[in-house]
Design a protein around this ligand. Structure first.
Ligand code: ZN
Ligand code: ZN
Length: 345
């Protein structure tokens, strides 16, 4: 089978590999029907993910069909359509039991697929701890509708959940990339009084304008003034920072009102400063982290009920054989791309 592989820093290539086999009884083999490319894949390509292992198949966003099941995997059968979670977790340790699956203490735990072990930009993938890592896709939900459940949408949903949003709130979301839009969709479910999206790219601002006309839109330059003019208490009640830009962390706390919650979803390339003297008296609560991807079943139900629809994010489609082109488009942000879907013919 063909597998898009991390060769060395700066180089990915489509190479021939053996179809994976069950190694542990908790594994499943999934036939990948649809995958996607994430900015984390680009981080691997650029050598900025030290734990990524050269030689592995990349890709951690995928849906597919169960091909084979280890003897210990309960609740699934061969032929089930499933989402695959970006995080591998045991479901049994202290962290898993409290829903903090990102910190699962299993040696397999954390971001393994498409980073430390073979991932999903291929035809078949071995999913470890499959009982936790797979979720059955309801019959009425298409592969495209379910594609982002295990990664970007899980992240947006988690971010909205931990931000404790109420119907009185003005919520500021910084960044309208794929994760920013998934965050927006999840925040909308909480029905806050106002949502303001701050985005640098005009193309992406237009995307928000076209698809979510009820959302207020601003730019990083205007953001502070705009938020103060469009909120009830001198700043946003909740700020979700999803951009990870050079100055967006500063922008996030500056736009927050006193006693606000500021949730940092973004992954920064550099250390950020927390200027405590400047923010003294503002009494902010910061929440930071990596997604605890344990809400996938709930998210799939919301998709089934028509309450979340991420299909507008799929702006381009490529067969696996042309994945190189898909990367080029995604990496250079050509042609208004938000997300690409990679399908197996
Ligand atoms: Zn990702
Ligand atoms: Zn665990």
């Amino acid at each position: 089978m063909k597998a898009y592989t991390y060769i060395k820093k700066g180089e990915f290539a489509l190479v021939d590999k053996q179809k994976p086999a069950i190694i542990e009884p908790t594994d499943a083999i999934v036939h990948v029907t649809l995958g996607s490319i994430c900015s984390s894949d680009l981080h691997i390509k650029h050598g900025s993910v030290p734990r990524a292992v050269p030689g592995i198949t990349v890709g951690h966003e995928m849906v597919g069909v169960v091909e084979q099941l280890g003897t210990d995997v309960k609740g699934f059968k061969v032929g089930d359509r499933v989402t695959v979670n970006v995080e591998t977790f045991c479901g049994e340790c202290f962290y898993c039991k409290h829903g903090y699956v990102n910190n699962c203490t299993s040696p397999h735990g954390g971001w393994a697929l498409g980073c430390r072990i073979d991932g999903g930009q291929t035809e078949y993938v071995r999913v470890p701890l499959a009982e936790q890592g797979l979720n059955r896709i309801p019959d009425s939900v298409t592969d495209e509708q379910a594609l982002f459940v295990g990664d970007v949408l899980a992240t947006g949903y988690w971010a909205a959940r931990i931000s404790e949003i109420t119907e009185e709130d003005t919520v500021l979301i910084i960044g309208a990339g794929p994760t920013g839009i998934c965050t927006l969709l999840s925040v909308m479910l909480k029905q806050p009084k106002r949502i303001i999206v701050c985005e640098q790219s005009e193309e992406r601002r237009n995307f928000i304008r076209a698809h979510y006309p009820e959302v207020l839109i601003t730019t990083p330059k205007e953001c502070d003034k705009f938020v103060k003019a469009n909120s009830d208490h001198g700043g946003a009640d909740r700020v979700l920072e999803v951009a990870g830009g050079k100055d967006t962390f500063q922008l996030a706390w500056q736009c927050a009102r006193p006693n606000a919650i500021v949730t940092i979803v973004a992954l920064y390339d550099e250390a950020q400063t927390l200027p405590l003297p400047n923010m003294y008296g503002k009494n902010l609560t910061f929440k930071t982290g990596g997604v605890d991807g344990c809400d996938c079943e709930e998210v799939l139900q919301l998709i089934e009920q028509g309450k979340i629809d991420t299909t507008p994010l799929i702006t381009h489609r490529f067969p696996l054989s042309r994945i190189e082109e898909a990367y080029q488009l995604f990496e250079n942000r050509e042609d208004g791309v938000i997300k690409v879907a990679i399908y197996n013919e």
